[in-house]
Design a protein around this ligand. Structure first.
Ligand SMILES: [Zn+2]
Length: 71
């Protein structure tokens, strides 16, 4: 799978996708992007499937990278 992540909006470093499977009542997938260099991170996204969580999170990250800021 290609994760086309833009460089970190904080430091321009390489960022990685992290994800977690959520069990129980809130079953689904949690995706969050964390910078390998400065530990800057995205807000995180929960979704019912891994692909949906990942897609939303990559979009959000790349939008912030384009804006040059992150909240
Ligand atoms: Zn960074």
């Amino acid at each position: 799978m290609n994760e086309e992540l833009k460089p970190c909006p904080f430091c321009g470093g390489k960022a990685s996708m992290n994800y977690e499977r959520i069990q129980g009542e809130h079953k689904g997938f949690w995706a969050q992007i964390i910078c390998d260099n400065c530990n800057g991170r995205s807000g995180g996204t929960w979704a019912g499937s891994y692909n949906a969580a990942k897609r939303k999170e990559v979009e959000a990250w790349n939008r912030r990278a384009n804006d040059g800021k992150i909240n």
